[in-house]
Design a protein. Structure first.
Length: 242
């Protein structure tokens, strides 16, 4: 008659736990590559982790609209200034044109307010947001005001202390403004948000680009086709008589 071997209770509990752990591991996603791949595929990616072509095309379209709008801005503004009443009102022609620019800004502001309402905004503003946005608006308005003054001064004859560009003043002023502005924009961005590692971390092509942009602005303003030869002859009393 054989003796029956009895196991202590802790041995039985250990065997039960091992069987449970083995079963759990076999059903774990780590043990099943197919399950792991399915779960990874169902997990949404991080926001903006890899921009799609549609997102890229959207911001690029807006950027190109800005390029076109600001590109024709100085020319159209100078044309409007030149079509204002002259004679005794000539010194005020630039301010009149700038006044209408402000009216246009106000009209666009109304459109922005309508869009906010259409999108369901509650029109809540923060103190810092209001402050910095107002500073940005003041900088933009001051730039527009200075631009109209620059166009007027560039159009004046050299004998009167002007640039002598006449109707081609926009071709001389605009390249300086719109080539210099990106450089100032980049420097301001670095001051507000310093790059990691300081100035030493900035690659040399950046500084080369700034120099080339400044040189390009000078060359475009100096040798623009509308500034060389064949300009509009000043209207004199003798010309009018003919």
């Amino acid at each position: 008659m054989g003796l029956r071997q009895e196991h202590p209770i802790w041995v039985s509990m250990l065997q039960t736990n091992c069987r449970f752990q083995l079963s759990h591991d076999l059903h774990s996603p780590l043990a099943n590559p197919r399950t792991l791949n399915e779960e990874s595929a169902s997990t949404p990616p991080l926001v903006n982790s890899k921009p799609t072509s549609k997102i890229m095309s959207t911001w690029l379209i807006y950027a190109l609209i800005t390029v076109f709008s600001w590109g024709v801005y100085a020319v159209i503004l100078h044309k409007g200034r030149g079509l204002m009443p002259m004679g005794a009102e000539t010194p005020h022609a630039g301010l009149k044109a700038f006044l209408l620019v402000c009216v246009a800004y106000a009209a666009v502001g109304v459109i922005a307010a309508v869009l906010l309402k259409f999108r369901g905004s509650d029109f809540s503003f923060s103190k810092d947001g209001l402050t910095w946005s107002f500073i940005a608006g003041f900088a933009g308005a001051l730039g527009a005001f200075a631009l109209i003054l620059a166009l007027g001064a560039a159009a004046m004859p050299i004998a009167k202390g002007g640039g002598g560009f006449g109707l081609a003043a926009a071709a001389a002023v605009a390249p300086i403004v719109f080539a210099g502005a990106p450089i100032v924009n980049t420097i301001t961005a670095m001051l507000l948000h310093p790059p990691e590692g300081g100035l030493k971390s900035i690659p040399w092509p950046f500084f080369l680009g700034c120099v080339l942009a400044a040189c390009g602005a000078f060359l475009v303003a100096k040798f623009a086709p509308s500034n060389s030869g064949g300009g509009h002859k000043p209207v004199t009393a003798e010309t009018k008589s003919h």
